[in-house]
Design a protein around this ligand. Structure first.
Ligand SMILES: NC(=O)c1ccc[n+]([C@@H]2O[C@H](COP(=O)([O-])OP(=O)(O)OC[C@H]3O[C@@H](n4cnc5c(N)ncnc54)[C@H](OP(=O)(O)O)[C@@H]3O)[C@@H](O)[C@H]2O)c1
Length: 340
């Protein structure tokens, strides 16, 4: 098999392909011949040496794959063999063969392409947890989503539209036409415009009901201020710390420090009728059954035509560095994939 390794922290060019013997599925596992693997912002942060959840280097990153099962381990029903699936991987997804526990594997419903399968797990589970499970977004409410053109952003927009909410999205200006085409009601170019002020204008001063913010740093504070009474702020990342393509602690410091300094006092939350919560899908491995029930809902929404993963670009394994550049150059509208 071929795997993409992060041997040491650095720019995208540190990524290297290595060959190894195909693994055998252990008890309770299936083996997947991978056709496509999802690239996530966490992999980029991990490569830069800025992602605390990544196991020590050298390491094969990757949280999700799609492909076909070709072997099963002890205790797993042989009827899985030859099934088209997608799966969550706890690292190691940048491989053309992976072995994963059966509980993390899902059959691809009719019509779901390989690419859609690889684009779905992380982005849609994260968006589901933010919008539905913890954000409680309701029909007629207003969602403000940052990095709206990214994988999580598009998933959140599709869920919000299904619920019947209105959506404000922040993104680079070049992505606005696409975002409007999928139902975003109001786009903000966060590089030139003040999103807090613009979203207040859009809501006639009231504020928004839910904000999804993975930019972090000063953005969290502004997002909190943009909330209407009974509004909720969902925090789930710190992209602002990833300026440049290699770790630069001086450049990351303002975002990290302003996040550390952020305090939401109980008195303030009560007096302002606001809620704050955090999401880290990568810390839910003990809740696999719960996550599986979210996935069931997502697959049903896919079957209903309400959700459609958007693939921004595909790169061969030997172009993994280009895939990371593509995201860090902020070019992607939707998901970036590695194809075997
Ligand atoms: N907590 C969790 O469980 C979880 C799960 C998945 C993702 N996340 C987080 O959610 C965020 C978005 O993830 P994603 O997978 O949707 O991202 P993605 O598809 O890789 O999209 C990245 C987009 O984010 C925007 N961006 C904002 N700040 C950036 C920066 N400093 N460098 C590069 N791009 C930046 C860019 O678009 P514009 O410039 O157009 O806005 C870029 O195109 C990331 O922070 C990620 O770590 C968290």
């Amino acid at each position: 098999m071929r795997q993409i390794w992060i041997p040491r922290p650095g720019p995208p060019e540190v990524l290297e392909i290595r060959e190894a013997r195909d693994p055998l599925p252990g008890p309770g596992q299936v083996r997947i011949r991978v056709g496509a693997a999802g690239v996530n912002f966490a992999d980029v942060m991990g490569r830069m040496g800025m992602y605390r959840d990544l196991p020590p280097m050298p390491v094969v990153p990757g949280y999700e794959v799609a492909g076909r099962i070709d072997a099963v381990g002890d205790g797993v029903d042989a009827s899985w063999i030859a099934k088209d699936v997608f799966a969550l991987t706890r690292f190691g997804g940048y491989s053309d063969v992976v072995c994963v526990p059966e509980s993390q594997v899902y059959g691809r419903p009719p019509g779901m392409t390989l690419d859609e399968g690889a684009a779905l797990p992380v982005n849609y589970l994260t968006a589901y947890q933010l919008v539905v499970v913890m954000g409680g977004l309701r029909q007629g409410q207003i969602l403000l989503v940052h990095s709206a053109g990214g994988g999580v952003g598009i998933a959140a927009i599709q869920l919000a539209k299904r619920i019947g909410a209105r959506v404000i999205g922040t993104a680079s200006a070049v992505k606005h036409d696409f975002l409007k085409s999928i139902g975003v009601d109001f786009c903000i170019d966060y590089r030139k415009e003040d999103f807090e002020q613009r979203s207040r204008e859009f809501t006639h001063g009231r504020g928004v009901d839910l904000v999804l913010d993975a930019v972090g740093g000063g953005s969290f504070r502004k997002s909190y201020r943009a909330l209407a009474p009974s509004g909720r702020l969902g925090m789930f990342g710190l992209s602002a710390a990833a300026g440049g393509k290699r770790r630069n602690l001086l450049r990351a410091a303002p975002a990290v420090l302003s996040t550390l300094r952020l305090r939401f006092s109980p008195a303030q939350l009560m007096d302002e009728n606001k809620g704050v919560f955090g999401v880290n899908l990568g810390h839910l491995w003990q809740e696999v059954d719960r996550v599986a029930s979210w996935m069931e809902d997502l697959v049903q929404l896919y079957r209903d035509g309400a959700l459609r993963p958007v693939v921004a670009a595909k790169f061969a394994f030997d172009e993994a560095a280009k895939a990371h550049h593509y995201i860090q150059d902020r070019k992607n509208i939707g998901k970036v994939l590695l194809v075997a």
